[in-house]
Write a protein that binds this ligand. Structure first.
Ligand code: ADP
Ligand code: ASP
Ligand code: MG
Length: 405
């Protein structure tokens, strides 16, 4: 008998039939004698639809009002799911983020969880209630509703699991686990029985949105027992943990991130301090820079290119344009038509030739690499957006054919 946190994503609660399916999973767990806390996301495409609705009214709404609007999606799901469980005859209560005690930082749209004041959660569990909590939302110190960033319900679930020291945190979704690539893009993607927190964190941060990257960060920090599994098929999923069995896989997965834009600053003076001036300008506005490439200085000038999240591109360019003279640049160019494709795996640390194999796969598919970045357990390339899915498949095939030999 333990405490289990179960999270259900938007597709798992998209209509009445799916809600009753989920209610079945929850009540089965409860019947086994466990205490159950459930976190749910907004139904189906509700969050996207709400964003569209907002933009019909005001193309540039304040982030506070956006959070007020978006948080309603989850409030619909918690109440409907609680009603379904009531109908099945079990004790249940739904709670919004603030009722469940989610205190966040104040930044609307991507608030981080400060703490969970869990008295209410605990007292409802003591009363033997199944507790249904709205994911993705909390409240800040101004008593305003905040949201945790797209996909943030996973993080709500892991936060509750760590706060209540749950025995298990199950993330139910529309695929039956974590695969070596998005199974919707790569037909031959292989389901992983287990993956380390570090590898999952890299995959999630590099675009594999099956888990919100902050949920994995938190699961690692607090050693939460995490499992990703299907809400539609009853079978074991993927366990995310600190250490996994030794295996032959050179890489654990291929990920694609479409949320990138490239900026190039051309004709900079080849003198000390230029990179510092550029990147500190961006850092002041909290713009995250990812892959950076600097050309070797020739004829006393050099170029610096880098990637930023797509949503930050315009702000980055206006900041840089304001300081043209300070930098002494000739011009600034930018491009949205790019994606980042990455491979991840702890196995690459001890195996030379992994990068060469990735680049060979791209060469054979006639795909040009614009930028490259590497770390101990990942290699990323920036390529033309139109080549993205071909690249993911080509790279995946190259590595997975080798394993089967
Ligand atoms: P939910 O609404 O349940 O939170 P998401 O859409 O956020 O679901 O995440 C599940 C989706 O993640 C899958 O439908 C799949 O297309 C995508 N995905 C991307 N990379 C992977 C991967 N490596 N393994 C499994 N799913 C992946
Ligand atoms: N409903 C939110 C979103 O669509 C949160 C989530 O699904 O986790 O991003
Ligand atoms: Mg999700």
């Amino acid at each position: 008998m333990g405490l289990i946190v179960q999270k259900f994503g938007g597709s798992s609660v998209k209509d009445a039939e799916r809600i009753f399916n989920v209610a079945g999973i929850i009540t089965e767990t409860y019947k086994q004698g466990h205490s159950v806390v459930v976190v749910v996301s907004a139904q189906g495409d509700t969050t996207d639809d709400l964003i569209e609705k907002a933009h019909e009214i005001n193309p540039n709404p304040s982030k506070r009002e956006m959070d007020m609007l978006l948080s309603t999606g989850e409030q619909i799901s918690i109440s409907l799911l609680a009603m379904a469980i009531e109908k099945l005859g079990y004790p249940v209560i739904s709670l919004t983020g603030w009722q469940a005690g989610f205190i966040t930082h104040s930044n609307y749209g991507s608030a981080r969880i400060r703490r969970i004041e869990s008295e209410r959660l605990k007292s409802e569990l003591d009363k033997k209630n199944i507790v249904i909590v709205a994911g993705f939302q909390g409240i800040n110190r101004y008593d305003d509703i905040t949201t945790l960033g797209r996909g943030g319900s996973d993080t709500s679930a892991v936060a509750i699991a760590s706060q209540l020291q749950a025995d298990l945190c199950q993330i139910y979704t529309d695929v039956d686990g974590v695969y070596t690539a998005d199974p919707r893009i790569v037909k031959g993607a292989v389901k992983l029985d287990e993956i380390t927190y570090d590898e999952m964190l890299e995959l999630a941060s590099l675009g594999a949105n099956v888990l919100h990257n902050r949920s994995v960060e938190m699961a690692k920090k607090y050693n939460v027992n995490l499992e990703v599994l299907s809400s539609l098929e009853r079978k074991p999923g993927t366990t995310v943990k600190e250490v996994v069995k030794m295996e032959k896989m050179l890489i654990k997965g291929v990920a694609k991130d479409e949320d990138v834009a490239r900026i190039a600053i051309i004709g900079l003076p080849d003198t000390p301090g230029i990179a510092y001036k550029i990147f500190s300008t961006l850092a002041q506005k909290k713009i995250n820079v990812d892959i950076i490439l600097q050309s070797i200085g020739r004829h006393n000038t050099k170029d610096i290119s880098f990637t930023v999240p797509r949503a930050d591109k315009e702000t980055a360019i206006s900041l840089l344009e304001e300081k043209y003279e300070l930098f002494g640049a000739e011009k600034i160019e930018s491009c949205d038509n790019v994606v980042k494709v990455s491979i991840v795996g702890a196995g690459m640390q001890s195996n030379p030739g992994v990068a060469a194999k990735m680049f060979e796969a791209l060469f054979e598919a006639n795909i040009n690499i614009q930028m490259i970045s590497t770390s101990e357990i990942k290699i990323s390339v920036l390529i033309d957006r139109k080549d993205a899915n071909v690249a993911v498949n080509a790279i995946h095939d190259a590595f997975y054919q080798t394993i089967e030999k």
